[in-house]
Write a protein that binds this ligand. Structure first.
Ligand code: COA
Length: 179
């Protein structure tokens, strides 16, 4: 890798470290990536990125005072967004395609005399196993566990757990086969 690119990579890593993110030394972080730990009351959020991860242009990791943890060699494609309110964990070697959305909270839905905007978040930890592939634009809602080796088709919306090795597609998702 050319010297300028190496220096740019090191600079971006140091910027994220100053913001409180723990990014392993050999990660590839594209220029347009944003990573914000954020706060929940007195608690500072955490973002942990394991060795050999690649974050493409436009990726947003926004922990909102929760925690986002990527294992080793995770790839996150362009413009994917991860919200860590209730905690998001992603296993080793997992492939998150472009424009995926991974959530870990809901808003409490109040009676109509109260504003949704003013209700608190309902925290729902999301766990994505190792060697998972999320197709382009898949949405993973809070509280879901996706088992190791599963595949989620492009554009799917996942609200329930997906067993390891399952290939699921659509909204609502259906199982098309087991790997
Ligand atoms: C999930 C996926 C891998 C399955 O591929 P496949 O095994 O070749 O599946 P098939 O094409 O045989 O489709 C099987 C069935 O699932 C349906 N299907 C496949 N992908 C679907 C999707 N993303 N959403 C809804 N239905 C889908 C097909 O229409 C077909 O339905 P039918 O049996 O009623 O005709 C693929 O369709 C997919 O979504 N790939 C994501 C590609 C991507 O996001 N790449 C980003 C770059 S990394």
């Amino acid at each position: 890798m050319p010297l300028v690119a190496r220096l740019a990579r090191r600079f971006r890593r140091s910027v994220f470290q100053r913001r409180g993110c723990a990014i392993a030394a050999d990660c590839q972080i594209a220029a347009g990536v944003q990573a914000r730990p954020g706060w929940r009351g007195e608690r500072r959020g955490e973002i942990v990125v394991g060795q050999g991860c690649e974050l493409a242009d436009g990726v947003i990791l926004d922990a909102w005072g929760g925690r986002i943890e990527l294992g080793t060699r995770v790839f996150i494609g362009p413009y994917a967004v991860i919200y860590g309110h209730g905690g998001v964990t992603i296993g080793d070697g997992t492939l998150i395609s472009m424009h995926c959305r991974i959530l870990s909270s809901d808003h409490f839905i109040p009676s109509p005399d109260r504003k949704i905007r003013h209700e608190s978040d309902v925290l729902k930890p999301t766990v994505i196993g190792a060697d998972v592939w999320l197709g382009a634009g898949a949405t993973i809602l809070g509280g879901v566990t996706i088992g190791a080796g599963a595949v989620v088709g492009a554009g799917s919306v996942i609200k329930r757990d997906v067993p390891g090795g399952a290939v699921v597609v659509g909204n609502p998702p259906r199982l098309i086969r087991q790997r």
